[in-house]
Ligand binder design. Structure first.
Ligand code: UFG
Length: 340
């Protein structure tokens, strides 16, 4: 298949590009590089052994989206493009709604106009809000108790895709609800490169390990969990990437949602210990008050993806820490030149 990857220069997009290329698919990346680096695509090309076709465009702009899609004879779109920082979305809600929702609407319109009938969307476990039961399966209610505009854009976009599919019945749309993506390609050439201070646990821990940050703040230690710290379902980005390919190859007309998670939860302190073991470095931390909007525990029931997509996670938290450390220690400044 010829697959368009919107936001394909980002963390999950680059790793998915590698797996798609390994499976023999043709790829085209559309990205505006507002939160990603062209270097990531050069590295991706290095891994897959050939150039990656890239179109620079802001998909939230209708005309730019039309121009980007014109002339691309594609079979499928994986729609990664979007803003993704929870805290920033609280500070700049209208920007989040505009960018995430407008770009999706433009992608859907282009797909219908051009007869592109397969869509995989980067959704998030955040659409479940505060879990009613654990582990969470796909029948869990969606959109109730979501605590930030970023999360709402994901819940709203899921609904927009469902409605759009009704007037584009050939469309096979898959909503992938990611749990917590971590790790990097085993080559260490590509990985997660957050701008500024990382919001997420694993990149922050990696930057403490490499000496870029002094100390991790652990957000709360009195949750009703194994050690009082927050529990999440960490999924290696290579497993996540493989999940996209399985979703694409198994999609059928209609809309289907799948959790992409391992089914296993790990606490913040367990992640710290795993990273220390993988890196041989001490991770200094202190306990601080819980972060607003955080839930105690999020763990996927991945059974539906296991059975319907024939996909399951194969890598562990230890693998993710090893690969994240490999990436971080080889690229302490991410894709920027040294010292930038
Ligand atoms: N944490 C810390 N210190 C940090 C960062 C995180 O203690 O500096 C803790 C959090 O409190 C949480 C765990 O580490 O218990 C994981 O936090 P992340 O920020 O890495 O991930 P979240 O689970 O909060 O959020 C992630 C994605 C969101 C998505 C959500 C869906 O970043 O985009 O999962 O559940 F919405």
């Amino acid at each position: 298949m010829h697959v368009i990857l919107t936001g394909g220069a980002g963390y999950i997009g680059t790793h998915t590009a590698v797996v798609l290329a390994e499976r023999g698919h043709e790829i085209t990346v559309i990205d505006d590089f507002s939160n990603s680096s062209p270097v990531a695509l050069q590295r991706t090309a290095e891994i897959i052994g050939r150039e990656v076709r890239v179109i620079e465009a802001d998909l939230a702009d209708r005309e730019a989206a039309r121009a980007a899609f014109s002339g691309l004879d594609a079979d499928a779109v994986i729609h990664f493009a979007g803003l993704k920082a929870v805290g920033e979305s609280v500070a700049e809600p209208t920007r989040y709604y505009r960018v995430n929702i407008d770009s999706t609407i433009n992608v859907l319109d282009q797909m219908r106009e051009r007869g592109i009938n397969r869509l995989v969307f980067s959704s998030s476990a955040t659409v479940y809000g505060n879990p009613e039961k654990l582990p969470i399966d796909e029948s869990h209610r969606v959109g109730v108790g979501v605590t930030n505009p970023y999360g709402w854009t994901k819940a709203m976009i899921e609904q927009i895709i469902r409605d759009a599919q009704k007037i584009h019945p050939e469309l096979a749309a898959v909503l992938l609800r990611y749990f917590n993506p971590v790790g990097a390609h085993p080559s260490g050439l590509i990985g997660e490169d957050p701008s500024g201070i990382p919001n997420n646990l694993m990149p922050f821990v990696a930057q403490v390990a490499v000496g870029k940050r002094e100390q991790l703040s652990v957000f709360g230690d009195s949750y009703p969990t194994v050690d009082g710290t927050g529990v999440r379902d960490y999924i290696h980005v290579m497993d996540l990437a493989a999940g996209h390919v399985a979703a694409l190859e198994n999609s059928k007309p209609g809309v289907a949602a799948y959790n992409l998670g391992s089914g296993t939860g790990s606490s913040v302190l367990e992640v710290v210990a795993a990273f220390e073991a993988a890196s041989g470095r001490k991770i200094d931390y202190r306990i601080v008050p819980a972060r607003a909007g955080d839930v105690a525990e999020m763990v996927a029931d991945p059974h539906k993806a296991n059975t319907e997509l024939g996909w399951r996670t194969e890598l562990t938290l230890a693998d993710a820490c090893r690969d994240s450390w490999n990436w971080q220690s080889a690229n302490p400044n991410g894709y920027a030149e040294q010292g930038e």
